[in-house]
Design a binder for this molecule. Sequence first.
Ligand SMILES: [Zn+2]
Length: 615
Amino acid sequence: MPENILIAIAWPYANAEIHVGNITGSHLPGDIVARYHRLKGDNVLMVSGTDSHGTPVTLAADKEGKPVEEVYKKYHDGFIKLFEGYGITYDLFTTTHTENHFKVSQAMFLALKENGFLFTQSSMQWYSPSAKRFLPDRYVEGTCYICGYEGARSDQCDNCGNVLEPEKLLNPRSKAGGALELCETEHFYLDLSKLEPDVKKFLQERADHLRDTVLGESLRKIESEGLKPRPITRDLDWGIPVPIEGWTEAVKCIYVWFEAVIGYLSAAIEWSTLSHGTRPVEVEGPSSESQPKGSESWREWWVSPSARQFYFIGKDNIFFHTSLWPAQLMGAGVQFLKIFAKDEKPLTLPYDVPANQFMNLEGQKISGSRNWAVWGRDALTRYDPDALRYYLTVNMPEMKDSDWDWAEFVARNNNELVATWGNLANRVLAFCYKNWTGQVPSVDVDTLRPADLDLLAVIENGFDTVGAELEAVRLRSALGEAMKLATAVNQYLDINAPWTAIKTDREAASKTIYTALKAIDSLKVLFAPFLPFTCERLHTFLGYESPLFGEQYTETVKDSLGEHTVLRYRVGRDTISSYWKPSELKPGVKLNQPAPLFKKLEGSVIEEERAKLGK
Ligand SMILES: [Zn+2]
């Protein structure tokens, strides 16, 4: 029975390009799981967008001497090109700087306020008399009053790791220049202590499937430290206005941590407004009697108790997604929909938050400022997307930090992707195409030998084993299982040697090639979530006319804030029925001229790439 699956991926900040660590941390695992569920015939919605607000973005704009709007759009457009290149199939990749997101975020703010979870409190903040404004924490640096480090931010010391009270900072100085004075400022706080019991219960109910690393940063952390109120407004003019009389005009806005997570909900709403119900999926099952249509279709993932939401994020974001975001959703309760849509239903809560650890590079932390990085778009100019996706999956930092190593990248490409899987597909297809006049051998399937049936049974079982790993978001293991099955087909071919058998026993060779083709046709589906570009090509070689996957495209959306480009995904009508099942390839089917799927890499690549690091 098709399920409603929301794939929610961390919103990249519009102040830096995306590197391989970001791709393997969130975008790629989210895409793999989305593609798997689409192949299964589930009703998938995959959303994210550019986090356009907050001080990292205004700081980047100051540094580049350009308007904030121009800077966020530059990064946003680059992200979209990267996702197209890697085949990261967002149903909607938008930004937080949209009229829709403003409205949804403000409704969430008001819902929490009406339910009694917000209060105001005054605190001391650094003020710049020359700029006539309060300076956000990242704009003020000074000496840490705990460890004496001279480059501490007013709210945090990167040297000793302590959270700092801005007013205690020693020798404070403004990054923008000019004098500083301490002044009182008032802000809204989210009373997380009131929501603590609900958040604990939420986490306990999911403890059986949340990763242990995730529980450590959420449930166990709350049990030892508790949840404390957090400010949800800032002294900043770039962001979402506070929807309260007297506050809208002030140079204050909603804090970026509070509104960016709301993007998962607002993006779903924007997606269904843009789609106007043109999505060709008809969902059957329990939710169908009240299945919303058209611009209300976001409710399938957000107002449906059976919908499952997966959040793909890096370890630095665990607390926001496992504790703060659920607290916002539970605190808003039915009030959000009452304000937003004159309806009284609770919103769906996250199901799983499979956060990844970090990827390092050649033994050191990835650092953009030192150019110790493999940049996503740059890598695509030299390597095929599936070669990169393969290495980023086998090396995904699921349970602990991993390391991008150029020698290992070349070795795994050549020894696994090319030698085990690529050569298997290519040599069987090319041999068949040449010797059976471009068709699948016309064998009588009732005469297949025990060894043929055994291999097909092993491959068929892969849909359960690989599927179970994908369901549990153990992607390294899922891909490893698929690769083991490719090895089993290679062993079968070594034993049955159709290349020599064809000279003496053409019928035996026909059965071997038919069996191997059928196995490859199944493996194509098992590999497809990981290696979509090459599996789609293989799908064509095997004679299929309708594609495995849909298409990505961009669109420009206009609203009262201006215009923004969005990345979208068109689900082909033919791709809805489930492909996640063993091959039904028939004898005699016409094939298309095959070609190699992957490229072997030269060893010289290793030193060339290493030489670029840190320059
Ligand atoms: Zn310190």
